[in-house]
Write a new protein. Sequence first.
Length: 440
Amino acid sequence: MFKKRKILWSLGLGLFLLFSLVIVNSKAIQGVVGKGGEIYEQIKLLSEVFTLVRDNYVEPVDAKELIYGACEGMISKLDHFSQFMDPPAHKMMKSETEGKFGGLGIRIAIREGRLTVATPLPRTPAYELGILPGDKIMKIEGEDTKDITLSEAVKLLRGKPGTKVTISIFREGEKDLIDFTITRAIIKIESVPDAKMLTDKIGYIELTEFSKETPNEFDKVWKKLKKKGMKSLILDLRYNPGGLLVTAVEICKNFIGDRKLIVYTQGRSEEQVIKFFAEKKAKHEKLPLVILVNRGSASGSEIVAGCVQDWKRGIILGEKTFGKASVQSLMPLSDGSGLRLTTAKYYTPNGRLIHDIGIIPDIVVEVPLETMAKLMTQREKIYGLPKEVKKEKEKEKIKDLQIERAKEILLAQERFSEIERGVEEILEGVEEGAQKEKEK
């Protein structure tokens, strides 16, 4: 199925460019020739291929399908994140940016030629069933996904809430494919689903996405935790696939001040460099901070983690992140289709490009995949359970080693701060005593 699609891409490319020659004016063609006769000769070659296809291809071909196939083929040659979307796929993409759509609850990418789960989204069907970052989707409804495009995958995976789809995944360490039958649901993304006190002084905030409303939601839960006595914070960015770059910058401004550089993006030329700076004073400049990341932390999460790490403002703890440092621009097209095109890459304050590399935590705490699957399941809030069942589930709970390690670090930091204050008080007392002795 998908191999045939690749053939159509090649055929469609000739048709697409031939139509382009028809609609551009003579001045534009002269410009192409002026820039290089080689380009014009290549277009001429494609027009010859179109004539041969039109006259000799074994079956009639639909021009629109060929044009869409050509667009998909061209974009697929660029990177894993650029994407041509036909009108239905473009409509679904817009519904996702509005924060509500029918699907499984996973972010996907093409890695090593295979459809790969970038991260499951918390509190979604895929998350609850234990789908993990790095899982490769080898089949959808029994159909091999080799050579599938992102737009084709989106069409197959999304659908009417309540309907089911079966995917077969390859998971590192497993011999056989694992089949998951998942019931589609309305996916409503909560950017701040959890905020609580872990001890009388250590607060915890989980961010699952950087959306337009995230800064306001973050401020609200921050104020609640401060009222409860929060003196330090664990910011959980695990499984956070990113979102809006400007929102990630706003979150950084909570912890970074002095008009320091937060992140910068760069396109094809130096003129396309865009720099984002902190304010003069950060909202929470001195609060002790540990940020949790893992293989599902991408894009905006890596902006925050990279900024905090470069300025040594806090400790990054967990596993190496996903490694997505590219900026995509969404461009609507005339017939309702759309183009998501990589137009720039972003760099940390120290000039690090972490694309396809990821961020290495200051403290690496790895969690086995099977353990992480259990942790994901037990984090789900289930309402209406009998007290006996609740007690049993509490007994079965396992500890989140990454959170526990973060707590240890913040408790140690708190203790060292107390010792430092004690030493300062002693020194002040000694100086005061010495001064009194002099006065005598």
